[in-house]
Design a protein around this ligand. Structure first.
Ligand code: CA
Length: 545
């Protein structure tokens, strides 16, 4: 009897200890974060966003098991600046990286540094694109291995914690191998981790992997309805850009010349795939619209082949998380630095505030938090990503970060005071010399219904009614029926410039972009739900029209 009682007591004690340790470990077990990031991946080439031209089963899986954000937009649609905004949670005019070619100052406050300080093990693998060497080398990471600048699609030299290393193979596969190696070999089981897993693909010039060289060979990809856009109804900037499929694409973009850095084996596979098709093209002597149609097919197939490789490799990462049980306590996020024109308006590239290059994919899977298959329509931005990661990790969000945590949206709720407008500013245009793709500087504001764009060096405005004209074919700026909307949005743009501390000279008719220094960081505030209250427009009616 006595023995029986002892066993019973021991069992009770053991149960209590096990409950206590489970509670403790749950409290200690802050979620891991994997930020999967690509370059120039437009939402209209993801089947979970309704793509009519391809399938992305692994990205769809993240959406099906988590939450898809329908209205996430970048603050400045170009590679380096988008990354700088994410790392700092500050607009370009404050983080100092206004355009590609600027040198990023990693000495400033970055969200990975804050996570590292809070006990997270941090790593970045893949495309960095913020310069390297000295103050531009990644800071806040226990491990970093990055491409130099854009990096090639094949055989990329990389920089690992400051040392140059060479790799042979296809870059999207290599970046995934390195990320998986880090998880398998370097990860500290005692700490939560934050991994930035960042691909070069599907950036120009869209070189497919050996596995996907002939994918789509036997199909015709549907053309966008405005492939032959003549830019009537829009201003000077849309007419003067240099990013059209018709005029801008080079022989290398179109794979009429092969990449120069392939191994003999890679080159043989490449030529076997492209040469017969190129021969057929040369014989056909296409002209006019038929030539543009051919260029579109060549471009879009290569772009989608690169996307297919990204999707496969994301599948590899998801499988690894499943196999190791890491999936359960890891927040998986997918995004891309901005969108891209997939023949829309006759274009490739990005930069403009028009929807196709302005919108970013944003998927979040957090088991037990995001509801499988849920969607959010709220206005969200890359300005919010760093704040969101800090909030996921339960780390205080410094008051000088300008975005808001998106965590309050993860349960599917739509907070009543959520922001009703977003601010945009693109800088990369020189008045006195040639600029890449010749897209004029512009700033603007987008609400759920409307978009106002100011090409200030041209002194031209454009207004779009996104409900009646989702393809943005006709500016309504001079339409008297929209005079009230114009007035309200101009006031809202001015209000946002004030809220975000945009210097007066960044919107002026200056010849070259301002080189603004980031402002000193203010001390961190106690963590509080930083919802979008402060971004509420002065006149809510304007935003809801
Ligand atoms: Ca990009």
């Amino acid at each position: 009897m006595k023995i029986h009682r002892c066993i019973l007591l021991a069992c009770v004690a053991l149960t209590a200890i096990s409950h206590a340790s489970r509670d403790l470990s749950a409290a200690q077990k802050r979620p891991n974060i994997i930020f999967m990031f690509t370059d120039d991946h437009a939402t209209h080439s993801m089947s979970c966003y309704g793509s009519k031209i391809n399938k992305t089963p692994n990205l769809d899986r993240i959406a099906n098991e988590g939450m898809l954000f329908e209205n996430t937009f970048c603050t400045n649609s170009i590679c380096g600046p988008s990354r700088a905004v994410i790392l700092t949670g500050k607009h370009s005019h404050l983080n100092g990286f206004l355009q590609n070619g600027n040198k990023f100052d990693c000495g400033q406050q970055l969200f990975p540094k804050l996570l590292q300080k809070a006990g997270y093990q941090t790593a970045i693998v893949g495309k960095w694109h913020l310069g390297h060497g000295g103050v531009s080398d990644p800071q806040g990471f226990d491990y970093w291995e990055i491409l130099q600048g854009q990096g090639p699609y094949y055989n990329p030299p990389m920089i690992k914690n400051g040392e140059k290393v060479n790799h042979v193979g296809y870059t999207t596969d290599i970046i995934t191998d390195l990320a998986l190696d880090w998880l398998k070999e370097e990860r500290d089981d005692e700490k939560p981790f934050m991994l930035m897993f960042q691909h070069k693909a599907p950036h120009r010039n869209w070189q497919p992997s050996p596995k996907h060289l002939t994918m789509y060979d036997d199909v015709t990809i549907p053309e966008p309805d405005n492939l032959f856009d003549n830019y009537e109804g829009r201003g000077t900037a849309a007419h003067q850009q240099d990013m059209s499929i018709a005029k801008t694409m080079t022989a290398s973009d179109l794979k009429l010349t092969p990449p120069r850095n392939l191994t003999p084996e890679q080159r043989a596979a490449w030529d076997a795939a492209y040469e017969p098709k190129n021969e057929e093209f040369r014989k056909a002597n296409l002209e006019g619209k038929e030539l543009i149609r051919w260029k579109y097919q060549r471009y879009i197939k290569d772009y989608l082949r690169c996307v297919a490789s990204v999707d496969d490799n994301i599948g590899r990462m998801l499988e690894y998380l499943d196999e190791t049980g890491l999936a359960e306590n890891t927040v998986v996020i997918y995004s891309s630095d901005q969108g891209f024109y997939l023949g829309d308006h006759g274009w490739f590239d990005k930069r403009f505030m028009y929807e196709e290059s302005y919108r970013m994919p944003f998927l979040v899977r957090w088991p037990g938090v995001t509801k499988p298959g849920s969607r959010s329509k709220e206005l969200t931005s890359n300005l919010d990503f760093g704040e969101t990661f800090l909030d996921i990790a339960n780390v205080d969000i410094p008051s000088d970060m300008q975005g808001v945590s998106l965590k309050p949206l993860f349960d599917g709720s739509a907070p009543k005071n959520w922001r009703q407008s977003l601010y945009y500013h693109y800088y990369e245009f020189y008045e006195d010399r040639r600029s890449a793709h010749m897209v004029r500087r512009h700033c603007g504001v987008r609400t759920p219904r409307h978009k106002l764009i100011h090409f200030y060096n041209l002194d031209e405005w454009e207004l779009y009614d996104l409900k009646n004209d989702p393809r943005e074919m006709t500016s309504r700026y001079d339409d008297p029926a929209y005079a009230g909307v114009v007035e309200e949005l101009k006031a809202e743009l001015a209000r946002l410039q004030n809220v975000y501390e945009v210097p007066d000279d960044s919107g002026s008719v200056s010849k070259s972009p301002p080189s603004l220094k980031p402002r000193p960081a203010r001390p961190a505030q106690k963590k509080q739900p930083r919802n979008a209250n402060r971004n509420k427009p002065a006149n809510k009616k304007a935003a809801q029209k």
